[in-house]
Design a protein around this ligand. Structure first.
Ligand code: ADP
Length: 160
């Protein structure tokens, strides 16, 4: 039976670390949905639709990956889309506690759901969307850290 996975996150904005995770995960599952969390209570730099657009422009030839935004529970989104796997990235021990807690909660909400962790590429271990935003706002060069389309979007925001 084909296996559908979801890769949920804020992706505010997508970085080369996320692209690396989804590229590697796309070889393991039949279909992956990148699920962009659009919860209104979370303060983000980019609107959900813009985050979706930036992801689509960054993915290139990954034909089994689709992108959607969602509100509410990740477990509910997975269930609605027939997904049985959640993919998350792990960068350091500091990610572990929160991720472990979240995976237990998701399993409680939807017992058929497995969380699979993809270890960050050594090159991107220290890379996060928040770090990228901080550096970009201060005028630093983020070109090694984000896809070209994100670099352009960050420059446009800085000009506003
Ligand atoms: P969230 O707000 O849900 O943590 P993020 O967009 O920050 O959303 O991250 C989504 C997922 O991608 C998380 O599992 C996070 O650990 C993972 N991730 C973020 N940056 C990297 C990276 N550089 N390498 C590997 N995984 C990463």
């Amino acid at each position: 039976m084909p296996v559908t996975a979801i890769y949920p996150g804020s992706f505010d904005p997508i970085t080369k670390g996320h692209v690396d995770v989804i590229t590697r995960a796309s070889r393991l599952f039949d279909h992956i949905i990148m699920a962009v969390a659009a919860n209104p209570q979370k303060d983000t730099l980019f609107e959900p639709l813009k985050r979706v657009q930036l992801i689509r422009e960054s993915l290139g030839p990954l034909t089994n990956v689709t992108v959607e935004s969602f509100e509410g529970l990740t477990a509910e989104f997975a269930k609605q889309h027939g997904a049985t796997v959640i993919i998350r990235g792990l960068r350091a021990i500091s990610d572990f506690e929160f991720e472990f807690q979240m995976s237990q909660m998701n399993k409680t909400l939807y017992p058929e759901l497995e969380t699979i962790f993809v270890m960050a590429n050594l090159e991107y271990t220290f890379l996060s969307s928040s770090m990228v935003k901080e550096v970009a706002v201060l005028g630093g060069d983020v070109s090694p850290l984000v896809p070209k389309t994100v670099q352009t979007a960050l420059k446009q925001i800085k000009k506003q």
